[in-house]
Design a binder for this molecule. Structure first.
Ligand SMILES: Cc1cc2nc3c(=O)[nH]c(=O)nc-3n(C[C@H](O)[C@H](O)[C@H](O)COP(=O)(O)OP(=O)(O)OC[C@H]3O[C@@H](n4cnc5c(N)ncnc54)[C@H](O)[C@@H]3O)c2cc1C
Length: 432
């Protein structure tokens, strides 16, 4: 069968990998490199070249499909499980947040509030069916269950840094799913996984498998239309040319899918148009010195700075693999009017570096070897109230059209590499 896959992110590559042995696969990717959100780039410092993700990435123990895929591709020896330490920066102070004992020392909350927070987390752990919580706002549910102070002093800044102005509309189902994933960390704190030398090895291994089985991965090729006639996929248009095929797997954002199908997915149209995505503006800097001298990997932030988290990759991964300290400074944003989207790269970087100067007295711009900004608009669905009803099916309706990506059920309540690998496999199953 001749199958076209739109997008070379993990969903597209995973689907291609599953199908390439018995089908003719072509992947069209609009970007200059493969990988989508999980793409890396090659950085050079002091004569050493290394790959690093444009956006910070790690995996969880529960990411079973991704871990199995890593093994299947022979990359298991690169897999490292390391304690990634977290902290919360509130009103100029760092609070470690790795163990229950540390969380109990989070002084912005009173002892009574900490007890309420603990009880809320215990309650969340007992919830198995999230569906009834999909129509409730997380904000209202937290306030009803643990009080306003717990919401305002603990959850609100975290949700704000994740969803910006949409934070208040995020569903309780999302919050429950998220807390369940993160709360299972034991007394010692959670171990996170990383593929030594970067997830680029995974992308390359998948791409090698596809091409060595005769598949094609074509970069800088944007699909502008999925041609559907008589409720059946006929092919796609790219660079003005019609390319015929038997089936298409689309991994693109729902609103883009609506444009590509010229509004022909009538059953899904309303849903496609109602799923909102948010953008990310993530700076990556190479540094002479460690930024978070206490060894923190991940710092959530409640402060007057234009970013929501600082992630020191080399406080997690081995410094010797890079030869310099690597720090991500990141923020989600909601629309194309945001300054992080419209300002020039140097301006956004400057505002981020000013934020670091404010937060870290030991930080000096003289220690910055280089700084880059990666930003795009389509980096995550916003899990608003009622989102569960919007999760898209793997089979789109017209014969031969399948969907896999961040909008799939496998990526709820949090989109992840694992969720997209699983989505790619699920869509591929329809065509095996
Ligand atoms: C800031 C950030 C941090 C993250 N951190 C983690 C983490 O720590 N752990 C984790 O597991 N996950 C993380 N993720 C999520 C993870 O990267 C994604 O869930 C996953 O990579 C998405 O894969 P995908 O294939 O579904 O979508 P995408 O990666 O978005 O792939 C879609 C591809 O389609 C291409 N495309 C779009 N339109 C067209 C078109 N018309 N024609 C051709 N090509 C097109 C795009 O360029 C893209 O390459 C993070 C994501 C971001 C943005």
């Amino acid at each position: 069968m001749k199958i076209i896959i739109i997008g070379s992110g993990l969903a597209g590559l995973s689907a291609g990998y599953k199908l390439c042995k018995s089908n003719e696969i072509t992947i069209f990717e609009k970007d200059a490199e493969i990988g989508g959100m999980a793409a890396s780039y090659c950085q050079e410092y002091n004569g050493k070249e290394y790959f690093i993700e444009k956006y910070y990435h790690h995996i969880f123990r529960s990411d079973s499909e991704l871990i199995a895929l890593i093994k299947e591709l022979g990359l298991e020896k690169q897999m490292l499980w390391i304690k990634g330490t977290n902290a919360y920066f509130v009103d100029g102070k760092n609070y470690p947040m790795n163990t229950p004992a540390e969380i109990l020392r989070f002084s912005p909350l009173s002892f009574t509030d900490l007890v309420k927070l603990g009880l809320l987390v215990l309650r969340i752990k007992t919830i198995n069916d999230k569906t009834p919580y999909d129509r409730m706002r997380a904000r209202d549910w937290i306030i009803a269950g643990a009080g306003r102070s717990v919401y305002e002093n603990f959850f609100a800044p975290l949700m704000k840094s994740k969803f910006g102005d949409n934070a208040e509309n995020v569903s309780a189902a999302w919050l429950i799913g998220r807390v369940k994933i993160r709360a299972d960390r034991g007394k010692e704190g959670e171990k996170l996984g990383y593929l030594r030398y970067g997830f680029n090895s995974l992308l390359e291994a998948l791409s090698r498998e596809i091409t060595s089985n005769g598949g094609k991965i074509l970069k800088n090729k944007e699909v502008t239309e999925i041609v559907i006639n008589d409720n059946k996929v006929q092919g796609v248009i790219t660079d003005g040319n019609f390319v015929i095929c038997d089936a298409v797997i689309s991994t693109v954002e729902p609103r883009v899918l609506d444009t590509l199908t010229k509004g022909k997915l009538e059953n899904l149209r309303e849903t496609l148009l109602s799923i909102r995505y948010q953008g990310t503006a993530c700076a990556l800097i190479g540094l002479e010195k460690r930024l978070m001298v206490d060894g923190n990997y991940w710092l959530n932030i409640k402060a007057d700075v234009p970013f929501g988290a600082v992630i020191e990759h080399t406080n997690f991964m081995l410094l010797e693999d890079y030869g310099e300290h690597l720090v991500y400074i990141t923020s989600y944003f909601q629309d194309e009017k945001d300054f992080r989207w419209i300002q020039k790269e140097e301006e956004v970087l400057d505002s981020y570096l000013r934020g670091l100067e404010k937060m870290f007295p030991g930080f000096s711009r003289a220690d910055v070897h280089w700084a880059k900004l990666f930003r795009r608009m389509d980096t995550a669905p916003v899990y608003e109230q009622g989102y569960l009803q919007k999760v898209l099916p793997f089979a789109a309706g017209p014969s031969g059209l399948y969907l896999a990506g961040m909008f799939s059920s496998t990526n709820y309540p949090e989109r992840s590499m694992n969720g997209s690998v699983k989505a790619g496999f699920e869509a591929a199953n329809f065509l095996k």
